[in-house]
Ligand binder design. Structure first.
Ligand SMILES: Cc1ncc(COP(=O)(O)O)c(C=O)c1O
Length: 391
């Protein structure tokens, strides 16, 4: 008889993603009008033309297709040192405090692999990007969720109460996926103070650091808490989600075990992509402004659209990333049912809030990264049709 391979038991702790089901359902869409997807956390905006044009030249460099140093190509680490100095007045040693990873996802994974032991707890704001909790679960940690207020600020008192002897990491994601909420400096300071009071590691996911519509971007590194690990990404800023480049920045002592994991997981991030990002960082502000202009226009249309749909309630201002997280107030309908029906009947993809934590059974995430303004306007009609049908 055939012997079935026994899987790694830790995989059983990982929650299967409900997104797969939505993805399968979207393939079945046979409606007359094209599908409109607010589901995907990607951008339909190409990388800047100017950068695109540098590609042949970058590939002409033999380094582009070879292994580089494990912690990343020097030109890129140097550009990052300059960026954090220029933008945040923070000094980072590019030799000991930066590693370049295959996207932020790898940086998060390496951090979990480096620090999580079975039985540990990590603290996350509910709702949050689900990958992080699942990665931690893979290494045997439990996620403790801290509720948010209606404006998606974190309940600091609740946070304090959640900390136990087993707490290993406190995760902050600002701007947030899935809400697009941006923490104020004061809130971020308050969270860091709690981490410092209890001497726990702060894991700051800064994948959307640049995507702030009002006010200035910020980094947790500015707050000088030694036990901070920043995971950042170039995917969204430079519209290169498929190229897989991110970075981890931390104090050398914290970095060492993360670096060790990185060496054995991917060894190096793609050299070509690193060279491209090094170029892109030279004009980061310009590329960010271009992107913000496009996204902010979509955001405004979407916010207006929300006003027109009676059963979508937005209780805060989504001031960053490219997500909004309204509450669906249709009677007797939770967000999972809503998102399935919305897709099956009207060809609009939205993601239920339960994909991002425990409490948000009535909320949905809408990404405006991959829709045109026209599609957003068209979606309004479909949302209204849904209400007429199901009210
Ligand atoms: C909050 C957050 N962190 C990290 C990432 C990782 O992105 P990447 O691996 O493409 O750098 C994402 C991607 O959607 C994200 O939303």
């Amino acid at each position: 008889m055939e012997k079935k391979p026994v899987i790694n038991q830790n995989l059983k702790r990982v929650r299967p993603s409900g997104l797969r089901k939505l993805f399968d359902l979207s393939k079945l869409w046979r409606g007359e009008r094209p599908l409109i997807s607010f589901g995907i956390g990607d951008l339909n905006i190409d990388l800047p033309e100017e950068l695109k044009r540098t590609i042949p030249e970058i590939f002409a460099n033999p380094q582009a297709t070879r292994y580089g140093p494990n912690h990343g190509l020097k030109v890129l680490r140097e550009q990052l040192r300059k960026k954090y100095k220029r933008k945040y007045n923070v000094d980072i040693d590019p030799e000991t405090q930066i590693i370049i990873t295959c996207g932020g996802i790898e940086g998060l994974f390496d951090t979990m692999a480096a620090y999580i032991n079975p039985g540990d707890e990590i603290i996350m704001q509910d709702p949050s990007f689900a990958y992080i909790g699942n990665q931690a679960a893979f290494f045997g940690a439990t996620v403790k969720w801290v509720p948010s207020y209606d404006d998606f600020t974190l309940d600091i008192e609740a946070l304090r109460k959640t900390i136990t002897e087993k707490t290993k990491l406190l995760v902050v994601i600002t701007p947030s996926n899935p809400t697009g909420a941006v923490m104020t400096r004061k809130q971020l300071q308050a969270v860091i103070d709690v981490a410092a009071e209890h001497d726990i590691i702060l894991l700051a996911d800064e994948a959307y650091e640049n995507l702030v519509f009002k006010g200035k971007p910020q980094s947790a590194l500015e707050f000088n808490y030694e036990k901070t690990i920043v995971v950042a990404s170039f995917s969204k800023t430079f519209r290169i989600t498929g190229l897989r480049v991110g970075t981890v920045i931390a104090h050398p002592d914290l970095m060492r075990p993360i670096y060790q994991v990185h060496q054995y997981v991917t060894a190096v991030a793609p050299s070509f992509a690193q060279l491209l990002v090094a170029r892109a960082l030279e004009k980061e502000e310009k590329y960010v402004q271009e992107l913000i202009r496009i996204l902010d226009a979509r955001r405004k249309v979407l916010m207006d659209v929300m006003q027109e749909i009676d059963y979508m309630e937005l209780t805060y201002e989504p001031n960053g990333a490219f997500y909004i997280f309204p509450r669906v107030t249709l009677p007797n309908m939770d967000a999972s049912t809503f998102s399935e029906l919305m897709l099956q009947e009207l060809g609009v993809v939205v993601v239920p809030g339960t994909e991002f934590g425990q409490h948000y059974t009535q909320h949905v995430r809408l990404s405006y990264g991959f829709v045109s303004q026209e599609q957003i306007e068209e979606a309004v009609e479909r949302f209204k049709t849904f209400e007429a049908k199901h009210h």
